[in-house]
Design a protein around this ligand. Sequence first.
Ligand code: C5P
Length: 221
Amino acid sequence: LPQTDFKDKNILITAGPTREWIDPVRYISNPSSGKMGYALAQAAIERGAKVTLVSGPVTIDKPKGLYHFTSVETANEMYETVMTNLSPQDIIIKTAAVSDYRPKDKFENKVKKDKVNTNLELISNPDILYTIGKNKKEHQFVVGFAAETNNIIEEGMKKLIKKQLDLIVVNDIQSDDAGFQSDTNIVTLIDKNKNIREVPKVTKATLSHIILDEIVKIQKG
Ligand code: C5P
């Protein structure tokens, strides 16, 4: 029998990278494929949720049965779209690899090779997840992701507290078969009660259901 434990739940998921334009032909970005966020969206749809997916530029197919889909490019666009769609959401899952910085100004024309001064001034992007955590309503459950190379649990715990999350999924991006672009992942789940659960290598589809199971468990208390 199909699971319907997320029936009528509104879930917002962000996925993929952002692009921060330098000039009309160049941008700052990262190797995020969107696979983790799209797998989560798929799993949540299968379990009956009304899923809003806010996606950076990716090349994978979007899951069928989405309630709402918006594609964005920059962190600022992602911020605006998430905030506009936030209030009805019961669960917010931020898998997107958001660029922390953007060029202060975008050059109107392509920057030429002979340009003498090559310094690029960067300014901070809004931290979307921090804003959500800080303003979250009683009924909202907030999940963050973190990509770490060392002190996985310590770094994860810090972010969980700083961003006032209910659950954080920490990727060990040092291992093969984990993190960006991989079809599998190796993660540690840390919840707001400081329960730590290490999940061995599984596909992102399987991990998505493990994460959803964990949310159900935490919400039951
Ligand atoms: O602080 P760090 O970027 O490592 O935290 C990662 C988490 O924060 C992810 O869930 C990511 O989607 C979110 N994030 C965000 N806005 C940013 C930076 C990160 O929502 N500007």
